[in-house]
Design a protein around this ligand. Structure first.
Ligand code: HEC
Ligand code: HEC
Length: 347
């Protein structure tokens, strides 16, 4: 029975136009309804990507390097993104055992060294030779790379004329030339955060870690790799395969800046999800965990004025205790250097 029409009315209609008429009326209204829906229908957007002329199609860095025909550049790229599998501690050839942990250069220099505020290396070639506070001298790019080999990678420095070093520098130079004008080239290093004027809260740091990091880096901080594999899917944050205590990442301020704008993996500086306080506390928590220890650290920063305030190891040129250098509060240490030495401190 047709809805909204009293029964007697419907019977009257059937009597006057007959059943065939009722069916015809129904069919005509259905036709109009269909036409109405059709006219108001918005086509679903096509899901096929617009065609880009092949000559300007964006090739990945890996593809462009593969097509370059430059063997040294190709090796340099492999050393950078597969450091563990090419220069790691498991290498059969002792000459190739350069690093001492499970990291790759690209574990920190994200997105093959091109991530804005993810320690990008575009533009770096032009900035070297450069004054370096850690050595208090003008250093070359090769020497700077050796700093990461010996600390971030817990390995040994390479002879600066060695093939492996030249190859890595070829890749850094290639980034410089081929990524000109990209966002990553315009930004340098890491993006500052607002430092809380208090010491790191380790309990809060652990809480952030368990909630936002443990899923990938594991509850024990040791990272995750497939059984038998050399390479970590999720790199370790502490333990024997992590960066050592002389690495830039072992400074709470540096680590907090990195974490805030790059972790949990997948975010970037335009859509961070951690607050500055969360990044600060979790950085402090990670850096209080056991990790490889570098020897001779007391020789770093011959000019102690240049030593970053969150460097976790002594000596220091100020009256603040080591624990405060490791876990803050930092604003008063920063203010001290500004007043005593007219030195502006960033990390
Ligand atoms: C554990 C993280 C980590 C890993 C792994 C790492 N680095 Fe770094 N690297 C850093 C940090 C942090 C800095 C900035 C350090 C500072 O401020 O002292 C840096 C700085 C550099 C710089 C200087 C950049 C600039 O803007 O002046 C170069 C070049 C570099 N790294 C190359 C490498 C290479 C090559 C490898 C692999 C052999 C590597 N790094 C592995 C963390 C890392
Ligand atoms: C979704 C997985 C994931 C989550 C969650 C995550 N990370 Fe990572 N993290 C990674 C990966 C993958 C890398 C290495 C990036 C690469 O190789 O391209 C990395 C690299 C790092 C590094 C530098 C490399 C190293 O091992 O020292 C640090 C430090 C780090 N993460 C800290 C954190 C912190 C702190 C959190 C929580 C706030 C976090 N990550 C959450 C996946 C994750």
């Amino acid at each position: 029975m047709k809805q909204g029409m009293p029964e007697q009315e419907f019977r009257k209609l059937v009597r006057s136009i007959g059943w065939l008429g009722v069916y015809l009326l129904g069919a005509v209204s259905a036709l109009f309804l269909g036409l109405f829906i059709f006219m108001n229908h918005k086509p679903t957007p096509s899901i096929t990507a617009p065609t880009i002329p092949t000559q300007i199609a964006a090739l990945s860095i890996a593809e462009r390097i593969a097509q370059s025909g430059d063997a040294q550049l190709q090796d340099g790229y492999a050393f950078f993104v597969h450091t563990d599998e090419t220069l790691g501690p498991q290498q059969e050839n002792p000459e190739r055992r350069v690093t001492g942990n499970g990291l790759k250069c690209s574990s920190c220099h994200l997105n093959e060294g091109t991530q804005p505020f993810g320690l990008p290396l575009n533009g770096v070639s032009q900035r070297f030779p450069q004054y370096r506070g850690r050595e208090d001298k003008i250093g070359t790019l090769a020497e700077r790379v050796n700093g990461c080999f010996a600390r971030s990678m817990n390995g040994k420095a390479l002879d600066t004329a060695q093939y492996e070093m030249k190859a890595i520098i070829s890749y850094i130079d290639w980034l410089d030339l081929n990524q000109a004008g990209t966002e990553a080239q315009k930004v340098k290093g890491l993006k500052p955060i607002e430092l809380p004027n208090r010491a790191v809260d380790l309990a809060h740091g652990k809480e952030v870690y368990d909630r936002a990091c443990a899923l990938c880096h594991q509850g024990n901080g040791l990272g995750l790799k497939n059984q038998g594999a050399i390479s970590y899917t999720y790199p370790p944050l502490w333990g024997p395969d992590a960066y050592n205590n002389g690495a830039g990442m072992s400074r709470v301020i540096t680590a907090a800046q990195f974490i805030k704008n790059n972790m949990p993996f997948g975010i970037n500086y335009e859509n961070p999800i951690l607050t500055d306080e969360e990044a600060y506390d979790v950085a402090g928590y990670i850096n209080q965990q056991p990790r490889p220890q570098k020897s001779n650290l007391e020789k770093d920063f011959p000019n102690l004025v240049k030593k970053p305030v969150s460097t976790p190891y002594p000596p220091y040129l100020d009256p603040f205790p080591q624990s405060q250098h490791q876990m803050g509060p930092y604003p008063e240490i920063i203010a001290y250097y500004a007043k005593q030495y007219k030195e502006e401190k960033k990390n």
